[in-house]
Design a protein around this ligand. Sequence first.
Ligand SMILES: [Zn+2]
Length: 267
Amino acid sequence: MLLRHTIPALTACATLVLLPAAGAQAAPMDTKVTVKAAPGKKAVPFCETHKCIALTFDDGPSDNTTKLLATLKKYKAKATFFVMGSRVKKHPVLTKNIVKGGHELGNHTWSHPWLTDLTPAEIYKEINETQKLIKKTTGKTPTLFRAPGGLTDDDVNAVVAKLKLAQIPGTVATKDYVKDYRDVAFLTTAALEAAGKNAVVLMHETVKETVDSMPKVLSTLAKEGYYFVTVSKLLEGQTLVPGESYPKNETGELDDDDDFSGPAGEV
Ligand SMILES: [Zn+2]
């Protein structure tokens, strides 16, 4: 029998958000009002009726986390951080601050190895030790996983399923792992071009230029009516099968030519 976990849709109330008029300056979340759903009627997941985007930041916590959290707060944006166990161990306060900011933590292994080079026991240890430390540090057990370099195989998928994690490879990337692309203006353009409704954008908080691109990216996308949500919020209402990859929707999977490789422990 397949193990399943579900990101439940809100059943008690729905959130109706009034989109700003074209060109309006106000951040969308400022105009939120809450309405009750009709009794017995299931609320519609937020992102079915709103223009959502999930920004994701890998490889932290890092020296850039505090600055990134401040920027996200300024624009009322929520994001998902795929953190490494070894860095959670080094930066427990930053890890807690991510959660305090209302963001989501996902598992990105302990030491960022290419999992396809490891034995099932080694893969299990990389992911499980990270799960345990995130739980110990924040009180929360991640439900989402992203493989370093996007590298998975049947062994990886089996371990991820056993640990009841859904895989989130991302649907688009700014490719900030390419050293030549590490320029604020370039990465700003890359993020704006990658943006789309229900996109999961893969970026790295360890890339300073990515963090420095966020004010312009967030302000521009907010004016376009985007809501910045966590991956779980984006997938709300869907039943996630552990081990499988999400989102499974019109945004599709990553392009085959997307290569997220980088040196272990880096991006
Ligand atoms: Zn990574």
